[in-house]
Design a protein. Sequence first.
Length: 388
Amino acid sequence: MRISANPLRGQQFPAVLLLVAAGLGLLLANLPTHDAVATVLDFHIAVPGTGLDLSIAHWVSDGLLAVFFFVVAIELRHELTHGELDSPRKALQPAIAAAGGVLVPIAVYLLIAGGEATVLGWPIPTATDIAFALGVLAMFGRGLPSSVRVFLLALAILDDIIGIIFIAVLFAHDVQWLLLALAVVAVVAFALLSRITNPKVRPLIVLAMIVIGIIAWGLVAASGIHATIAGVLLGLVMAPAPAERTRHALEPLVNGAILPVFALVAAFVVIPALAPAELSPAFWAIVVALPVGKIIGITLFGWVGMSFRPKGTPPALPFGDLLAAGALGGIGFTVSLLLANLAFASDASIRDQAILGVLVGSLLALVISAVLVSLRARAYRRLAAAAS
């Protein structure tokens, strides 16, 4: 595997950075620093004349995270057009596994927390964090065949698509259709500008695209659709060549600042002084659904998908590799944290416990996947040594 000179472009260091940032957020929330940090995060910044008046915490989740989704959308489109999902044959196996990785965690969540107060949290355990999952695979998977990474990448990409749909459809509120239509106009203008190739006007074009991108974000935010969807739309419509250059330029910023800041802010929750039996069912549902629901859903559905492979598709993954990929899929983290904030936005107590559930469930999935990936990698290394 090629090692990037910049660790922020790699897979291992950003995953470690995310874990440290989340731990720091949890620590700051449960030390005497809580009140001071909470005051900063609750401080509101308004944009005159726009109606936007958000707390710093919301500027992070609605603003900074839109840049992350912009980069994700660029990667999604590349994979759908030139990558691991550029044909129905390639997409079939991971699509079936991804379906299991969504349906089974939802079923587990509803079984544990299907009551009226917590039922809205069912989308939370459906996400897979690409950065974390690939980071764990890179750290512990030396010797695994590349097919495992390809399968996991395709699976996580499909999970991202599902997560984006959930955010756009489930958490829209009082949609202002005129503002949304204006946002679409801004997105079209952004797409057209990205296709102007004259190098003489490139600096002006880049400036105009930044301005129009910000306008599109503001219109989407004001329309009642979650603001991160603006990042998705802009990333999907940008011309391929400038999109790849932009993704490459933004990657260190996203991995080194945006995602860690979001992880710190999202994990800033007070650990409740409650007995385990007094914790919300949402907490327990997420803790179980992420590591257990994902590993069962992805492995079972993935095995079924491998059994019905169309002719000409890549070779089937062994059951052990599917099991390792399923465990990696249980690391929800970034998108799960966002979904927890959105699902329980009106109930701070359940929201904080749901966030703790995401952290605990993702950590359990991380440990389980590290063990399984290490065992599979060791078995492959032994086979390679015996064959040489």
